[in-house]
Ligand binder design. Structure first.
Ligand code: ASP
Ligand code: MG
Length: 406
């Protein structure tokens, strides 16, 4: 008997009819002879609504209360699914995080799962019960409710699958798999049959929305195969797994973009030891994540330093940087929010040269100026003007021949 964890996102549980559709899919897996654990998100739009309520009550709501509030959307969907499965004649039980013992650290709004105590769940599975767990939420060691960050129910599902040693974690969503790029931007985008954890991780980090990066990290660590599928169609799907010899090592397997970027430049920075540390320490103290950093070659003892942050952090980051800039004698700070990051990703890059040249050439042919570049073993990212995002994605998709393969 296989153990299957199935996760359904907000669009799949948006109303009673859709939850009935989920119930039928769950029953199908159960009737096929599997033990089934289901993880659900809140109804589409519900978490946004709850966040708005919290933020209209106070500009900076207390983290503990915020998490207790915004996690309630999942309580609604898991109980409704249990009620519907019961009505359809199946044994089913809902579990909130404190009941399923999804233990996290205390970092409210972005808690990390430390462990899942599976005893209670296993007991119920042994009795033939369909177990339904609220995604997105956890509980710290003191019993406070926490949440895992937006899109966190994917992570809940993989954590449960890892803890239960499940055979597969199926993530049902409103698209039928992982594509070479966003099909909403590029109509030549092609669904991938499979992709390695490393590529999926880079894609998620570089802006692909289909899976939360942390969920892929966990899946990789515990080698949980993830199957991304559509909750509305039976065909398709993409398997995210460990890289093996059968997998084609594509030079480039995907093109992603991220509009959530702001570029900050500190102009005419005195070039001496300790300056970069002084500039970036206040940012880290305020939990601002920095993506790319470049520093120009020093000319006559001065240099320019440019970095990118998420748009939501741009104001705070530039305020903090302006304070330090004044102290260290830099000339000024410039902020540009009209930028985006486009990236090409592929494991084959490790053993192929010329990928960067091809990428830069394709962008240059369209007159797209590259403002910043960063690379990893399997990724090349360029910051460009935001208005070129779609064009850049399309020309890169073409340049690397991503539409052609069967
Ligand atoms: N409901 C949460 C959110 O909207 C978690 C999730 O859907 O994964 O972010
Ligand atoms: Mg989601």
């Amino acid at each position: 008997m296989a153990l299957v964890v199935q996760k359904y996102g907000g669009a799949s549980v948006a109303n009673i009819e859709k939850i009935e559709n989920v119930a039928r899919r769950v029953i199908k897996a159960k009737e096929a002879g599997n033990e089934v654990v289901v993880v659900l998100s809140a109804m589409a739009g519900e978490t946004d609504r709850l966040i708005q309520l919290a933020c209209s009550a106070a500009a900076e709501p207390n983290g503990r209360e915020y998490d207790a509030l915004v996690s309630t959307g999942e309580q609604v969907t898991v109980t409704l699914l249990a009620i519907i499965l019961n009505r359809m004649g199946y044994k089913a039980m809902s579990y909130l995080a404190f009941q399923a013992k999804v233990i996290t650290d205390q970092a409210h709004k972005k808690a990390r799962i430390l462990m899942v105590e599976t005893k209670a769940i296993k007991n119920e599975l042994n009795k033939g019960t369909i177990v339904i767990v609220a995604g997105f939420q956890g509980v710290d060691r003191e019993g406070n409710i926490t949440t895992l960050g937006r899109g966190g129910s994917d992570t809940s599902a993989v954590a449960l699958a890892a803890a239960l040693n499940a055979d597969v974690c199926e993530i049902f969503t409103d698209v039928d798999g992982v594509y070479t790029t966003d099909p909403n931007i590029c109509n030549k985008a092609r669904r991938l049959n499979n992709i390695s954890y490393d590529e999926m991780l880079e894609m998620a980090r570089a802006g692909a929305k289909v899976l939360q990066p942390r969920c892929v990290e966990l899946a990789k660590k515990y080698e949980v195969p993830i199957y991304v599928k559509s909750s509305f169609a039976d065909e398709g799907g993409t398997l995210v797994t460990k890289e093996d010899e059968d997998m084609e090592r594509e030079v480039v397997s995907g093109v992603t973009y991220d509009r959530d970027q702001a570029k900050i430049t500190v102009v005419h920075v005195p070039d001496r030891p300790g300056v970069a540390a002084r500039l970036f320490t206040p940012l880290s103290e305020h939990n601002i994540v920095i993506d790319m950093i470049i520093q120009n070659v020093s000319l006559e003892g001065y240099t320019d330093l440019t970095f990118t942050v998420s748009k939501k952090d741009a104001n705070e980051a530039s305020r903090l940087i302006r304070e330090v800039a004044k102290d260290i004698g830099a000339a000024r700070v410039e902020v540009d929010e009209n930028v985006a990051k486009v990236s090409v990703i592929g494991v084959g890059m490790i053993s192929h040269s010329g990928v960067a040249a091809k990428m830069f050439g394709a962008l240059a042919n369209e007159g797209i100026n590259i403002m910043m570049i960063s690379t990893s073993e399997i990724k090349i990212s360029c910051v460009v003007q935001a208005k070129y995002t779609e064009l850049a994605v399309m020309v890169l998709h073409d340049a690397f021949g991503l539409e052609q393969k069967p």
